[in-house]
Structure formats: C-alpha cells, structure tokens
Ligand binder design. Structure first.
Ligand code: PLP
Length: 403
C-alpha cells in the first residue's frame, strides 16, 4: 500500500519519544481549546496521497472514510494541488459583485454534469440544503417540507429542520419549518398522504448516507417524482454525499433515471476543498438580491472543483467507482462472518450492517492500518477515494474479516 510520499524530513530525525510528546501536546491543545463536539479517533494525521493517509508517526492507513465521501479523487491529487497553487498566485478571493472566469467555467461544467439549468454557489452541504429550501419556498409560495425518517441534511437550523435524528435536532428546536413532516423512507404512499396545500418541497437523499447507507426501492424516486408532478410540489435531491461519482455515476439520480427540481451538492465537489452548490432545473432561480454568500464560488474553490471534475473524467472514476464497488461488495459478501446482517451499496458507497455496535471494528481496523466509519451504531460506512486499488480493497477486506 506504499504510496509515493515525499519523505517528511522531521520523520527521519525525530526520535520516537519526541513524536509521542508532539502527539500528546496536540491532543492536549485540542482538548483545551477546541469545543469537544467530535468523538475523535486517537490519530493525528499529517499527509495523504491517493487512498492512503499517514499519521505523525509515519504509519500509513487505507482511508475508507475519505473525509466522509469528500476525497473522491484521492488525497492531494496533483492536478487539484496544482490548480489551487496556480489560482492562489493569481486571486484568492474577490466579491461576487464581480465576475471571474474560473467561476463561469465551473458553472458551465456543473450544468453539464448535473443536467440542470443553473447553479448557485455556497460553501458547505448544510448551506446548499438551506439554499434549496429557500429557493423552494420562494418559488412555490408555500412553506412546509416533507423529509424522510433517518434523513441527514446538515446542522444549520434550517437544514436541521429536515434532519430526522432527535439527538441532532431536539436540543435546538423549534425548527424553522414547524411543518416538516417525516415519513418512512422508500414509501411513496406515505409521501402522497403527507403532501398538503402548503408543502413547498419533498427533500430526499437518493441513498441515505448518515442514516446507514439505505438504498430505496428502485421505483421509489420515480413514484415520488410523479406524486410531486401531480400535486405541484418541488422535489429536492440532497446529493451532498452521493455526488461526483460516489455511487458510480456523476449523481445518484442518474441511476434511478429521475430528475429533481433542485439538487444540493458539496462534499466531493472541490476535490477536498470546501464548497457547496445547488443546481436547479429550467426557470427555477433566485432573483437579484434574494440570496448571496460572501465566499460562495470563490476562485480557489472553483479552481479546485474544476480540476477535480476534470480528474473524474480523465481517470474514468465513474467506471472505477462502479467496478471497484462491485468488487468490494462481492468480497465483503463472501466474508465468512456470522455477525454480518447485510452488505449493501452502489458504487463505492457501501454499508456493512452488523449485529452489534461497530465502534470496536473501527478501533481494530485502525490498529491494522485501515480507517473506517461507523454510522447508525451498527453500520460500517465504506466510502473510500474512488482511486482505491483492488489490492487496497483486498487488504481492507482481510482486516475486516479478522476484526
Ligand atoms: C454531509 C451531508 C450534509 C451536510 O454537509 P456539511 O458540509 O457538513 O454541512 C448534508 N446532506 C447530506 C446528505 C450529507 O451527507
């Protein structure tokens, strides 16, 4: 699994005791100065290349977390690094009161890969969901939303209003939309019954990520589309996690053959650089002054995103996601383990549901050089960089089998 890291100089000369001291001091500063919102792994990462990251001791890990479905093109892809470096020397930030060439180029590229008509740029997934909700309210003149049980759409107050998990929601209520109705996922009739005259939009993840890699019935999204058309309700797809080749196509909607009215994107859009965006179908748009973002669509983010889209095309990562995903799932299904309930997924968005809480697997795998994420208590969510190799997949499965 060795990747071509540049040998960090300090690694050669630093004594192990000094590294331990450095590690301790980083953890100590974090616990003192950072709000402790994350259940962090005991790991200080310093470098990454492709599907591998390295900690400050020089130990390497195959990264099946990938920043949670962010590093689709791999860590520090040279094309993305070069694009950011070159752009940083020209222009790091200007106001959206002015045009930039790089933003116009990216908008054109995003319209092409999404099949939508126009985009709006922001900086994160939650912000993209907020923008989608605002656009739905603005253009429908209605205010309430329908979302799915086990949905995850972000942590801002608006996106929390359509996020289901009570641990995330309850301490911050009341929601922005007191009329959000949560319905069971993959149940189109439930949506039909829940739609009222005041429903602005139905918001769904085409595959639920945080909720446990839940894949809907193949006809579900089509039926929801029909219901939305009949009732004049907007359909929002939250493709923040499923986008940019994660499931084997540019977007997960492409596999279900269903077009939303508005879609949200973020996570992998910028090859690791923070960015969010929405895209909307013909005629759906904010007007002047109706929405804005200081940093949205900034030059650095646009350069990173354009480079990343180019890498996905040039390296055939959609095909690779599909093929490697099928290979990965095949091997996972052949594991001789009685505690696996189900292996499910599309492309390289894979969930392994097990009979008990999976945090122990995460600890074990880390010891053996594999980074894993556990979601919904008992689902291992495997979302490695799309550039992961078959050999690396073999190693991950070996470790999982022993875990
Ligand atoms: C991660 C995620 C978000 C939130 O994105 P942030 O960038 O963390 O705000 C929203 N929707 C989905 C489906 C996600 O997976």
């Amino acid at each position: 699994m060795t990747e071509n890291f540049t040998e960090p100089e300090n690694l050669q000369v630093t004594e192990p005791e000094n590294l331990q001291a450095k590690y301790d001091s980083i953890i100590e500063k974090d616990s003192k100065y950072v709000m402790q919102t994350y259940g962090r792994q005991p790991l200080v990462l310093s470098e990454g290349k492709g599907a591998v990251v390295r900690d400050i001791y020089g130990k390497e890990y195959i990264d099946c977390v990938a920043g949670i479905a962010v590093n689709n093109v791999g860590h520090c892809h040279p094309a993305v690094v070069r694009a950011i470096q070159a752009q940083a020397e020209k222009l790091i930030h200007v106001s959206n009161l002015y045009y930039t060439e790089i933003q116009a180029e990216l908008a054109e590229a995003l319209v092409s890969v999404t099949g939508m008509e126009r985009v709006f740029f922001c900086n994160s997934g939650a912000e993209a969901v907020e923008a989608a909700m605002k656009l739905a309210r603005l253009t429908s003149g209605k205010s309430s939303f329908i979302a799915a049980e086990h949905s995850f759409h972000g942590r801002t107050i608006g996106s929390l209003s359509v996020t289901h998990k009570s641990m995330y929601r309850d301490p911050f209520m009341p929601p922005v939309s007191s009329e959000t109705t949560f319905v069971p996922y993959s149940d189109a009739d439930a949506i039909r019954q829940a739609i009222s005259e005041n429903t602005a939009a139905v918001i769904l993840e085409p595959i639920q990520g945080e909720g446990g890699v839940n894949i809907p019935d193949p006809e579900y999204l089509k039926e929801v589309r029909e219901i939305c058309d009949e009732t004049g309700t907007f359909l929002i797809f939250d493709e923040v996690q499923t986008g940019f080749g994660r499931t084997g196509t540019w977007f997960c909607k492409d596999q279900f053959g269903v077009e939303p009215d508005i879609m949200s994107m973020a996570k992998a859009i910028g090859g690791g650089f923070p960015m969010g965006a929405i895209a909307a179908r013909d005629g759906l748009s904010f007007g002047r002054g109706q929405h804005a973002s200081t940093f949205g669509g900034g030059p650095l983010a646009c350069a990173a995103a354009l480079a990343s889209i180019e890498v996905i095309k040039e390296e055939g990562l959609l095909k690779r996601s599909k093929e490697n995903g099928a290979y990965f799932m095949g091997k996972l299904r052949n594991m001789e383990r009685e505690d696996v309930v189900e292996v499910r997924g599309k492309g390289l968005m894979i969930g392994v549901e097990i009979k008990h809480p999976c945090s122990k697997f995460v600890d074990f795998a880390r010891e053996y050089g594999v980074l894993l994420n556990c979601t919904s208590d008992s689902v291992l969510r495997l979302v490695p960089p799309l550039v992961i190799t078959k050999e690396q997949i073999d190693t991950v499965v070996d470790v999982l089998e022993q875990a």
